[in-house]
Write a protein that binds this ligand. Structure first.
Ligand code: SAM
Length: 176
């Protein structure tokens, strides 16, 4: 956890000053979105809902959810530099999104309220050592009738270069 926190503090600084355009920073600051089409399509009705974005990194997706019509949005991350960057972005965007610095396993105590939707995406749960403990946190953050939206990728997939839209299964025959 300690090493991972140092890793994310480093990456937060790098990502917050991204010049490649992959974080669509200017778009989010201008009231737009950094979400993929997949997420906006799948998440369902979130207009006016209270959302908590766990492991929100530098907060661009968190601000995007508010820009797209969520009622209130809170982002949580354990990296002080990620949360500092997220707060700067929220202030530049004139957004009322709340950002809380806390480890995931302490989210219930740190946030001290419940939500309609818990939002978790891309490269989050792979950093945790106890998925059951994570699920308990998610359940405790949800109001009755609330729901989890999750879009994740397999860590192995993140190590591969993307060459085509479809995943092709090669015949590895006897070797399996
Ligand atoms: C790949 S990023 C997630 C990206 C995110 N979905 C977004 O909207 O950009 C992973 C994040 O998890 C955070 N993280 C990793 N372990 C954590 C923990 N135990 N508690 C809270 N945050 C954690 C890191 O600081 C990092 O910001």
């Amino acid at each position: 956890m300690d090493t991972n926190l140092l890793n994310w503090d480093d990456r937060a600084e790098l990502h917050a000053t991204d010049r490649t355009g992959s974080y669509r920073i200017e778009n989010v600051l201008a009231g737009g979105s950094n979400l993929y089409e997949l997420e906006t399509r799948e998440i369902g009705d979130f207009f006016g809902k209270d959302i908590v974005h766990l492991q929100c990194h530098i907060g661009l997706d968190t601000i995007s959810l508010r820009n797209l019509g969520a009622g209130s949005v809170t982002g949580l991350d354990f990296s002080p530099r990620a949360i500092a960057a997220a707060r700067v972005f929220a202030s530049k965007a004139g957004s009322d999104v709340r950002f809380v610095e806390a480890p995931l396993y302490e989210a219930v105590e740190a946030l001290d309220r419940t939500y309609d939707i818990v939002y978790v995406t891309w490269g989050s749960v792979n950093w945790l050592d106890d998925v059951f403990r994570w699920a308990r946190v998610v359940a405790d953050l949800l109001r009755p009738g609330g729901r989890l939206y999750m879009a994740e990728g397999h860590p192995l997939m993140f190590q591969c270069n993307r060459k085509a839209a479809a995943l092709e299964l090669k015949d590895v025959g006897e070797r399996l």
